[in-house]
Design a protein around this ligand. Structure first.
Ligand SMILES: Nc1nc2c(ncn2[C@@H]2O[C@H](COP(=O)(O)OP(=O)(O)OP(=O)(O)O)[C@@H](O)[C@H]2O)c(=O)[nH]1
Ligand SMILES: [Mg+2]
Length: 629
C-alpha cells in the first residue's frame, strides 16, 4: 500500500466525520450551521447578543478563578489543576466558540514528539510553514495555519487570549505564530502543537491547553509508538470531554498496515473512541520534508469535505462544545465539594487556634485567682510595703507629702509609695501572661501540625520567619505596657470611687495610691471574700499593721467590689493581647483559606449553567417541533 487511507468508508468521497448527533437532544447550546463563508470582518468584533448560557459560563469562570484551594487536604492539588484547566477551557474554547459559532473550525494537531505532527501540517498545505526536525522536541511555539481570509479570526484574542500573536517564527510557548496559506480552504484552520508527552513541562502544559481549545483533534501517532501510555491518557481526556477526534497513524511499515490498524482500532474502541476516523500513512521517503501528495490525499480530502460542508462543520463544533459543556458539570461539582472541604478544614484550624488561646486566657484567669502571684517577689515587696510602714505612712497624708517632697529634692524623682510593689506586680502579671501566650502558640502550632494543611501553612514562607509556634518576639514589652496601663486604670477607678464618695472612710483614708495597691493585691488573692492571713502576708508583715487591720481592709466591701472590677478589666486587656496573638494564625489562614462566598458563587454558577443549558435545550426542541409541523 502506498497511500494513506481512512479505514472507514474508504470509497466515500465526502465521509461524514462522526456519527450524526441528534442536534437538539445532544446540545445544550444551540449551534446554527456555520456559513460556508465566514461573516464579514467587522462582524468579528461585533458585541455578541446577551445569552443566558454565556452569562452563566462567565460567572462560573469568575467563580472558579476566584476560589482558592490552597489548604493541603486530600483532593486539593487536583482541584487546583481542574480549576486552572476549567478557566483555560472556558477562555480558550467554550466562551469564544459560543460567542462566534461561525468562526473557522480549529483542528489542533497533537501527539508525541517526533510523531510527525509538523510534517503532516506542512504536507497538508504543501509548504514548510512549521519547522519539523530531528531535534526532540522540535515544536515549542505553536503555529496556526489558516486561509488568508481567516487569519483575522485568530489575530485578536478571541481564542487562546494568553498567547501573543506573531507573524514570524515564535520563540517560546507564550507566542502563537499565525501563518496564512492559500492552499487551505476557508473555514478550516490547523494548529501545530508541541508534544503532549514532552520532557519540557511548559510544552506539556501548552499542548494540553491547545488541545482544550480545539474544535477537533487530529491525533498523530506512529506505528512504533501508538501503544505508549501517555497519548492514551490524553485521548481519554478527549473522550471524557467529548472532543471530536480523528487519528493519523504514521510511518506504518509496508505490509503491516492491516494488523497495526486493526490493533489501533481495537484500542480506540476500548477507550470509547470507536467513532474516530483513522487514517493510515505508510512509511515513506519525504520529498522536501513533505509527505508525498498521494499519501496525504485521503486526509486532505476528508478535511476539504469538512471545510466545504457547513452542516458537517457545525456538527463537529456542536459535538465538541456539547462535550465540553457536559464535562463542566462533574468538574464544577468536584470543585464545589473541594471548596466545602477547604472551608471545613479552615474552620477546624481556626478552632484549634481559638481553643489554644481560650486556654491561655483561662490559664491567666486561674493564675490571677489562685494566689500564686502573691508569692515570691510580689510577697516580699508587699511585706516591705506593709512591714516598713509605707502603707501606714500613707495614712499620715501630710507627713507623706512632706516626705515625698524631700525624697524628690534629694533623688531628683518623686517617691511613689509602694512603687517597688507596683513594679513587682507588673512583672508578676507580665510573666504569667507571657508564659500563657508562649504555651498557647506552642499548643496551636502543635494542633496545626497534626494535619497536612496546618503543617503546610506553618511552612508557608510568610510564616516561617514569624515562628508562629512562639509568642510574638516583643510581646513581653506589650504585656508590660498593658499591665502598667491597667495599674493606671485601677488608680483612676479608685480616684473615681473617691469622687463619688462611695468608698468607706477607712479605705479613703489611705489615699489613691495605697488603696490602688490594696485593690491590686486583692485582685490576685485566691479567696473570693476575705483572703487568708498567710495570703496577704500577715505573718511576715505585721510589725506595723496588725492582722486585724489588714483583714478588715481586705474584707472591706468597697475593696472587694473594686477588685472584681479591676480583675475583669485586666482580663479584658489580656484577652485583647491574646486575640492579637491568635490573629497571627487567623491571618495566615485568611490569606489561604477559601472564602465562603466564593464557594457559594461556584455552586450557584454551576447550577446556573445547568439551568441555562436546560432552557436552551427546551428552546431548541420547541424550534425543531415548530419546524416539523
Ligand atoms: N521518513 C519519514 N520521516 C518522517 C515522517 N514524518 C516525520 N518524519 C521525520 O521525523 C522527524 C520528526 O517529525 P516532526 O514533524 O518534526 O515531528 P513532530 O511530531 O512535529 O515533533 P515535535 O515538534 O518535536 O513534537 C523529522 O525529521 C521528520 O522529517 C514520515 O512519514 N516519514
Ligand atoms: Mg513539531
Amino acid at each position: 500500500m502506498t497511500t494513506g487511507r481512512p479505514t472507514e468508508q474508504e470509497n466515500s468521497p465526502a465521509p461524514s466525520p462522526f456519527e450524526p448527533i441528534s442536534a437538539p437532544a445532544a446540545m445544550g447550546a444551540t449551534v446554527a450551521p456555520a456559513p460556508a463563508q465566514p461573516a464579514a470582518a467587522d462582524s468579528i468584533v461585533a458585541t455578541p447578543p446577551a445569552n443566558p448560557l454565556t452569562d452563566a459560563l462567565v460567572a462560573l469562570r469568575e467563580a472558579a478563578a476566584c476560589t482558592r484551594f490552597d489548604l493541603e487536604i486530600p483532593g486539593a492539588e487536583s482541584a487546583r489543576g481542574t480549576s486552572a484547566e476549567l478557566v483555560h477551557q472556558l477562555d480558550d474554547y467554550v466562551l469564544p466558540r459560543l460567542r462566534r459559532l461561525d468562526a473557522p473550525l480549529l483542528t489542533v494537531v497533537g501527539g508525541s514528539t517526533g510523531a510527525g505532527k509538523s510534517t503532516v501540517v506542512n504536507s497538508l498545505v504543501r509548504a514548510s510553514v512549521t519547522p519539523s526536525g530531528v531535534l526532540r522536541p522540535t515544536t515549542r511555539s505553536p503555529v496556526l495555519v489558516s486561509h488568508p481570509d481567516d487569519v483575522r479570526w485568530f489575530s485578536d484574542t478571541r481564542v487562546l487570549p494568553e498567547l501573543t500573536r506573531t507573524s514570524g517564527a515564535g520563540t517560546d510557548h507564550r507566542t502563537l505564530q499565525l501563518v496564512p496559506s492559500p492552499a487551505l480552504d476557508p473555514g478550516l484552520a490547523f494548529l501545530d502543537a508541541p508534544d503532549i508527552d514532552s520532557v519540557v513541562a511548559a510544552n506539556r502544559r501548552l499542548a494540553a491547553q491547545l488541545l482544550a481549545a480545539a474544535d477537533l483533534w487530529l491525533f498523530v501517532t506512529t506505528a512504533a509508538r501508538y501503544a505508549d501510555a501517555v497519548p492514551w491518557d490524553v485521548l481519554e481526556t478527549a473522550q471524557e470531554r467529548g472532543t471530536a477526534l480523528a487519528v493519523l497513524l504514521d510511518r506504518v511499515p509496508p505490509g503491516a498496515e492491516d494488523d497495526i490498524a486493526a490493533h489501533l482500532t481495537e484500542m480506540l474502541a476500548a477507550h470509547g473512541l470507536a467513532q474516530a476516523p483513522l487514517f493510515v500513512v505508510p512509511e515513506t521517503t519525504l520529498v522536501d520534508g513533505l509527505l508525498p501528495e498521494p499519501v496525504v490525499a485521503p486526509l486532505r480530502s476528508w478535511f476539504v469535505s469538512l471545510a466545504r460542508d457547513a452542516e458537517q462543520r457545525a456538527e463537529v463544533v456542536r459535538r465538541t462544545l456539547d462535550g465540553a459543556l457536559d464535562s463542566l458539570r462533574p468538574r464544577t461539582a468536584g470543585l464545589a465539594a473541594q471548596a466545602r472541604a477547604q472551608l471545613d478544614a479552615a474552620a477546624q484550624l481556626r478552632t484549634d487556634a481559638r481553643e489554644a488561646y481560650a486556654g491561655a486566657l483561662e490559664e491567666v484567669d486561674d493564675g490571677m485567682r489562685d494566689g500564686s502571684l502573691l508569692r515570691g517577689e510580689v510577697m516580699a515587696r508587699w511585706q516591705e510595703f506593709v512591714g516598713t510602714g509605707e502603707l501606714l505612712r500613707s495614712l499620715q497624708d501630710r507627713v507623706g507629702r512632706l516626705r515625698d517632697r524631700l525624697t524628690a529634692a534629694v533623688t531628683g524623682r518623686p517617691h511613689q509609695p509602694g512603687s517597688e510593689l507596683t513594679a513587682a506586680l507588673e512583672s508578676g502579671v507580665a510573666l504569667l501572661v507571657d508564659a500563657a501566650a508562649e504555651r498557647a502558640a506552642e499548643r496551636a502550632a502543635t494542633s496545626w501540625r497534626r494535619s497536612a494543611a496546618g503543617t503546610a501553612l506553618l511552612r508557608d514562607p510568610e510564616s516561617v520567619d514569624v515562628r508562629l509556634d512562639r509568642a510574638t518576639p516583643n510581646l513581653r514589652d506589650g504585656i508590660e505596657r498593658t499591665v502598667r496601663d491597667w495599674q493606671g486604670a485601677v488608680l483612676d477607678l479608685v480616684r473615681r470611687e473617691g469622687a463619688t464618695r462611695r468608698t468607706s472612710a477607712r479605705i479613703a483614708a489611705y489615699g489613691v495610691n495605697a488603696t490602688g495597691l490594696i485593690v491590686m493585691v486583692a485582685v490576685f488573692a485566691s479567696t473570693a471574700f476575705i483572703p487568708t492571713g498567710a495570703e496577704i502576708g500577715v505573718a511576715g508583715g505585721t510589725t506595723v499593721l496588725s492582722q486585724k487591720v489588714l483583714e478588715a481592709l481586705f474584707g472591706d466591701q468597697a475593696v472587694r467590689r473594686l477588685a472584681d472590677e479591676a480583675r475583669a478589666d485586666l482580663l479584658d486587656r489580656v484577652r485583647a493581647l491574646l486575640d492579637g496573638e491568635e490573629r497571627r494564625f487567623a491571618d495566615l489562614l485568611a490569606a489561604h483559606a477559601t472564602v465562603a462566598s466564593d464557594a457559594e458563587a461556584l455552586e450557584r454558577a454551576a447550577a446556573d449553567v445547568e439551568a441555562a443549558r436546560a432552557s436552551s435545550l427546551r428552546a431548541s426542541l420547541r424550534r425543531s417541533t415548530e419546524a416539523l409541523s
